[in-house]
Design a protein around this ligand. Structure first.
Ligand SMILES: [Zn+2]
Ligand SMILES: [Zn+2]
Length: 185
């Protein structure tokens, strides 16, 4: 990571960096009328922009997992893309990916298409039957040693799954076994 490059490591930090960055993008939007949210659920799209026609409020939702996968520099492209949608909503009450979007997006070097990102390779879940789960792209500490972690929602045991193969484990030894049996990690 280059020095000086933002490297937010919590959703809250990402939110503040995104807002600050957005102000520097040359799109004429009313920043006070934009709500920012970070979605921690795995979604297919890196960002989304929605509009409440009654209140005129625009909401930009950024996907935490996408940032984790892409890193900040690439993620700013998603922010620019969503800002162009925000501009359309504020100016025209609608947004899309047509000619108007394309021209504006090109002017701020934003990708024309909403960026999608790959589903995480690994998932953590609660083995006690509650709804909690989280995706992981890398072998983070909870992935390598789930026995040392508890479900943040109910305190239950954590089970890790390698999605492609369906192999699961609940402790450090299980992780080692999984690494040796899963060919295509
Ligand atoms: Zn879009
Ligand atoms: Zn749980």
């Amino acid at each position: 990571m280059q020095s000086g490059t933002p490297d937010p490591d919590t959703p809250r930090d990402l939110l503040s960096y995104a807002r600050i960055y957005a102000e520097s993008v040359d799109v004429d939007v009313d920043h006070d009328r934009i709500d920012w949210e970070i979605s921690k659920r795995a979604r297919r799209r890196a960002g989304a922009c929605s509009y409440d026609a009654e209140s005129g409020d625009v909401t930009i939702r950024l996907t935490w997992q996408a940032y984790r996968e892409h890193g900040w520099r690439q993620f700013t492209a998603t922010i620019r893309h969503e800002l162009v949608h925000a501009w359309e909503f504020q100016e025209f009450g609608e947004a899309g990916h047509g000619e108007r979007f394309r021209e504006k997006a090109a002017s701020v070097d934003a990708p024309r298409h909403c960026e999608s990102f790959a589903a995480p390779r690994l998932s953590l879940a609660c083995s006690d039957g509650c709804e909690w789960s989280a995706g992981r792209h890398r072998a983070s500490r909870p992935v390598k040693d789930p026995g040392a972690y508890r479900c943040p929602d109910c305190g239950g045991d954590v089970v890790v799954a390698h999605r492609e193969s369906g192999v699961t484990w609940t402790d450090a030894a299980g992780y080692e076994r999984a690494r040796s049996v899963v060919d295509d990690w």
